[in-house]
Structures are given as structure tokens and as C-alpha cells.
Design a protein around this ligand. Structure first.
Ligand code: PEP
Ligand code: MG
Length: 580
């Protein structure tokens, strides 16, 4: 039995068979090099081998610390393969005589190894070629990266472990067979984690070294509540995990019974609690969890895993079916927020040096006028049947929002000319997720009908902490005084202009933060369906006045630790129990 502790990224407990998948497999192209670059290629190869050795040594000491001695044997074997002089000398010889690039030469060396191993009689020794392949794959990966292969199908009761899974991978998971996921990298607010929660798939992230354990097929328990992963659990541990799973499922089913209760404080203040949705089935789930409509529809998921953009009719079908699913409540459709970690096929975004600051979201839409208008026409058409709002992502300034709005006007003109109905007074809002938008909030508020704060990105850009980097997850702090001051400024600007302030980042779904967000004056919170009932439970135990006092009190502290301590001290025992 071996235990790991990672980031609890999506709640739920699952047990199944571990399937380790490699989404990093490197595709190597072989080419002829000029003779004067031979020594450069040999140095590159030697460097990659050296990097791989360091990587394996690090893994070895980590495993030694975390109780994984039985796996040290495999790492030792890999280090021995790496130390074999022939790996370098044979590859260097191919580089020199064949004028072949280092990657190509290494692949040819692997081919020779395969031939040698194939002729070994002993089946155990013959199969050790897989170790050689793993090691060479590591070296190749250290030399160059290649796009991932298509996502594999899995048998029933599978738990996937991978170095990383992209949002596009998540959308390809067969939910019937895959029970949970484990990744080595990624944080709670990464889009992979958001999708895991949307798919109701327990997930633990940041489990370093899990794909190196060579325990494919082992029984594994994934605890998305605590962040625990147990490989080969003993009988007693398995039984305890099963009991914990049953308890969790019982609490969830009890909580579901509270779905019809109104989202109102003890002193009668109504707060709109809505759902964030990514995939079509989620509309019904939001209502089943007591949400009053959708505060964020991430439309980019429709654009993924395909080589062409969806046309207007396909988009209309997609938006209309979500609108019908959540009617009579409002549906807030966010225009395409691709780029960053949400890559579309056939676009060059993967080449960007810094995709988080690259051609993404509204910038991408504005750079593709025809596609943008197509999406806006589809959204407008869906608005003919019920309340729909349009929301622009990643707005950084006034010109941008004005420009985006001219596209709405053009789309409206097109539809009017064709006699196609739509809601002419459709509400238009912007996401506040770039610090510049916070600074300009008072001016932006005059341009739109509502604000929605995207705290996932706002925290990332305010604190300069990559939201997907598990190594910095402890520094990704929603209670950072800079974040709280930004939130206060946004609400004041919105209310100063008479428009509602909504918040749709993951912060909205954390019950502990509810008193602050309520106290700051947010009018609407939108979150994953699975969080609505817990947040509502807290809301129903608060008063607006008390929450305002708590929010104000938070500004008396200069550090995250102090704010957190103050916040926890203000929460009554009842509320604290609900949060637990
Ligand atoms: C956000 O940034 O908080 C947000 C809701 O948008 P996304 O997570 O899709 O970037
Ligand atoms: Mg965002």
C-alpha cells in the first residue's frame, strides 16, 4: 500500500483500476543536419541524458522519502540504462556518420535495442525493452515536445493517472468507464479541475511522480475531498474508504433535498445563486441543485476537439437547448474564451511563448470578425425564446468593450434585415478579470449592463500566480488583501453606476468566502452546480448586516493569514459546521 497527498480538485471518492496514460509522448522527426553542427547535436543529446538523470535522481529521493521503496528498483533500473555508455556512443556515431539529428539518432538506437531484446529467449528479460523505451522517451521529451495523441478509450471502473490532462482531453473522457482522475500537475482553478467538477469526476492533482510508479492496473482509491490517493490499499483501508464514500454520498443526497429552499439571508436579503456550465447536461443539474439560472456558460467547449468552427445553426441549437433547460431563469452566455490553456485545433496558439498573456478570449474573437459575428447572431437568436445575457471575457479597456459592442449592433442589424427575432434589449456584461479592468471599473460600468468578476483569472493576474501551477497553489490566495480591495472597488463601481455586480470565479463556490462576498455587496454568485447547495446553506444562516461587518473587518488586516484567522473567528459554530 502506498499513499500520496495532492490537491483536492474535484470532490467525491472513487475506487478502481489505475490506468496510467502518457499524454506527453514525443513524436520525433528525423532530418539531415549540416556537418558543422555534428558536435552541437552530440552536446544536445548528452545534455538531455544528463537532464533525465537528474530528473530520475530527484524522483528516487522523493520516493525514498514518501515510503515508495518498492518502486526504487524501477528507478534504479532506469538509471542503469541511462548510464550505459552505448546509448551515447551509438547515437553519437549515427549523428556523425549519418548526419542525422540527435532525436532521430536516438530513435535509431532504440530500434537497435528492440532488435537485440527481441532475440532474447527469457520472456522476462525480453520484456525489459519497455524500460529502455520509457527511458528513451524521457530523454526525447527533454529534447523536444510534441502534441498529445488522441485520447484512448478505457474499460469500466478505470481511474486515469496522467502527467497532465488538457481541457480537450477531459471532454473526451468516457464518464461511464472512468471513475476519477489523478494528475501530476494542475491546480484547483485550472480548467481541467473545473471540468472534472462539471463532469462530477473526483480528481486529485499535483501528485508528483504518480505516472512513474509502473503500477498500471493496481487498485487505487482517489479521495477528491482530502486530496488523498492510495495505491494497493489493504483490506482495512479499503473498507474505511468505502465507508467514507458512502457517508459523502449520503450527505450529498440529504443536501439535494434542500434545493427548493430560497437563497435568502436570515434578514430577508435575496442573493442570486446561479450555475457555471460547460457541457449541455449541466443545465438541468444547475436547477436540480437549486440554482436560479446560469451565470456563466463557457461556450469554448463546443469549439474544442474539432478541426472546424461550429456554424451559426449548430451554435444556435447548442445555446437554445441550454436556454430551454434553464428557463425561465436567465442564461448568461460568455463569448468564446479560447486561448491560454484552452487551445483550439488548427490555431497557432500553442506556439505562443506566453499563452496566458496571448491572443485569447475577446482578443481572439475581435481578430476573427466573421466568427465573432456568427457567435453573436446565434446568441441573439437564442434570446428570442427567453432571458439570455451576453458576456465578454478578458476585457482590458474601454475601446475593447466598445468595439465588441459594435459587433452586437452589426449582428442585430443582420438579423433584423432577415426578419429573424431576437431580444433587442439583451443585456450585455463584461468579465472583470484583468487588473486594468479593476482600475477602470467606474468607466467600464457606464458601458455595460452588468459586471461579472472572474476571480480565477483576476487572482492569477493580480498576484502573478499561474492558476494551473500546482507548485504555487499555496500562493494563489483569494483572501489576499490586494484581491479583496479589488473586489470592493468593483462592487462600488458597479453600484455607483446602478448595475449589478456578479462573481463567477471559483471563489463564489467556497462556502467560507460567502460572508465576505455577501458583505461586499455582490448581487449574484455563479459557481459549479455541485457548490450551490453548500453556499446556499451558509447564506441562509447569515444576515446581510453581519456579513457587511465581517467584510469590513477583513480590511483591517494586512496579511492573508490575519484575514483568514479573523474570518474564521467571526463565523458562528453553526456556520462553521456547515462549512466543514
Ligand atoms: C474566471 O477567470 O474566474 C472565470 C470564471 O473564467 P475562466 O475560469 O473560464 O477563465
Ligand atoms: Mg477567466
Amino acid at each position: 500500500m502506498q499513499t500520496f497527498c495532492g490537491i483536492a480538485a474535484s470532490p467525491g471518492i472513487a475506487m478502481g483500476k489505475l490506468r496510467i496514460i502518457d499524454r506527453r509522448r514525443t513524436v520525433v522527426s528525423e532530418y539531415i543536419i549540416p556537418s558543422d553542427t555534428v558536435s552541437h547535436e552530440i552536446t544536445r543529446l548528452a545534455q538531455a541524458i544528463d537532464d533525465t538523470r537528474i530528473e530520475l535522481e530527484r524522483l528516487k529521493s522523493r520516493l525514498a522519502e514518501t515510503n515508495g521503496e518498492e518502486h526504487l528498483f524501477f528507478i534504479e533500473t532506469h538509471l542503469m540504462i541511462l548510464a550505459d555508455e552505448r546509448l551515447v556512443t551509438e547515437s553519437a556515431e549515427i549523428i556523425r556518420t549519418g548526419l542525422i539529428n540527435a532525436e532521430g539518432a536516438l530513435r535509431r538506437t532504440l530500434h537497435r535495442y528492440r532488435e537485440t531484446f527481441a532475440s532474447i529467449d527469457d520472456p522476462y528479460l525480453r520484456e525489459r525493452i519497455s524500460d529502455v523505451e520509457t527511458v528513451i522517451e524521457r530523454v526525447l521529451r527533454n529534447m523536444s515536445g510534441e502534441p498529445a495523441e488522441p485520447f484512448p478509450e478505457h474499460e469500466a471502473q478505470t481511474i486515469i493517472a496522467a502527467h497532465d490532462l488538457s481541457p480537450a482531453d477531459m471532454l473526451q473522457i468516457n464518464r461511464k468507464n472512468v471513475l476519477a482522475i489523478i494528475t501530476e500537475i494542475g491546480g484547483r482553478t485550472s480548467h481541467t479541475a473545473i471540468l472534472a467538477r462539471a463532469l462530477d469526476l473526483p480528481a486529485v492533482m499535483g501528485v508528483e511522480g504518480i505516472t512513474d510508479l509502473l503500477c498500471d492496473g493496481a487498485t487505487v482509491v482517489v479521495d477528491g475531498l482530502s486530496g488523498g490517493v492510495i495505491i494497493d490499499p489493504d483490506k482495512e483501508t479499503f473498507k474505511l474508504s468505502l465507508r467514507r464514500k458512502q457517508q459523502y454520498e449520503y450527505v450529498e443526497s440529504e443536501l439535494l433535498k434542500t434545493a427548493p429552499l430560497p437563497a435568502v439571508t436570515l434578514d430577508g436579503h435575496v442573493m442570486h445563486l446561479r450555475g457555471n456550465v460547460e457541457i449541455p447536461e449541466e443545465g438541468a443539474s444547475v436547477l436540480a441543485h437549486g440554482g436560479s439560472g446560469v451565470g456563466l456558460y463557457r461556450t469554448e467547449m463546443l469549439f474544442m476537439n474539432r478541426s472546424t468552427m461550429p456554424d451559426e445553426e449548430e451554435q444556435l441549437d447548442y445555446y437554445r437547448s441550454m436556454q430551454r433547460a434553464v428557463a425561465p431563469h436567465p442564461l448568461t452566455i460568455r463569448t468564446l474564451d479560447a486561448g491560454g490553456d484552452k487551445l483550439l485545433e488548427g490555431m497557432d496558439q500553442a506556439e505562443e511563448v506566453n499563452p496566458a498573456l496571448g491572443v485569447r478570449a475577446i482578443r481572439l474573437s475581435l481578430s476573427m470578425p466573421d466568427e465573432f459575428k456568427k457567435q453573436l447572431r446565434a446568441i441573439l437568436r437564442a434570446s428570442a425564446d427567453g432571458p439570455v445575457r451576453i458576456m465578454f471575457p478578458m476585457i482590458s479597456g474601454i475601446e475593447e468593450v466598445r468595439k465588441a459592442k459594435t459587433f452586437i449592433e452589426e449582428a442585430k442589424k443582420d438579423l433584423t434585415a432577415s426578419g429573424i427575432p431576437f431580444d433587442n434589449s439583451i443585456q450585455v456584461g463584461v468579465m472583470i478579470e484583468i487588473p486594468a479592468a479593476v482600475t477602470l471599473a467606474d468607466l467600464l460600468a457606464r458601458e455595460v449592463d452588468f459586471f461579472s468578476v472572474g476571480t480565477n483569472d483576476l487572482i492569477q493576474y493580480t498576484l502573478a500566480i499561474d492558476r494551473s501551477n500546482e507548485q504555487l497553489s499555496h500562493m494563489y490566495q483569494p483572501l489576499h488583501p490586494a484581491v479583496l480591495r479589488s473586489l470592493r472597488r468593483i462592487v462600488q463601481a458597479a453600484h455607483g453606476a446602478g448595475i449589478p455586480a456578479c462573481l463567477c470565479g471559483e471563489m463564489a463556490g467556497e462556502p467560507l468566502f460567502l460572508p465576505i462576498l455577501l458583505g461586499l455587496g455582490f448581487d449574484e454568485l455563479s459557481m459549479g452546480a455541485g457548490s450551490i447547495l453548500r453556499v446556499k446553506q451558509i447564506l441562509r444562516q447569515c444576515t446581510l448586516e453581519g456579513a457587511a461587518r465581517i467584510a469590513e473587518g477583513c480590511f483591517g488586516y494586512a496579511t492573508v493569514a490575519e484575514v483568514e484567522m479573523f474570518l474564521k473567528s467571526q463565523i458562528t459554530l453553526d456556520v462553521a459546521e456547515s462549512i466543514d
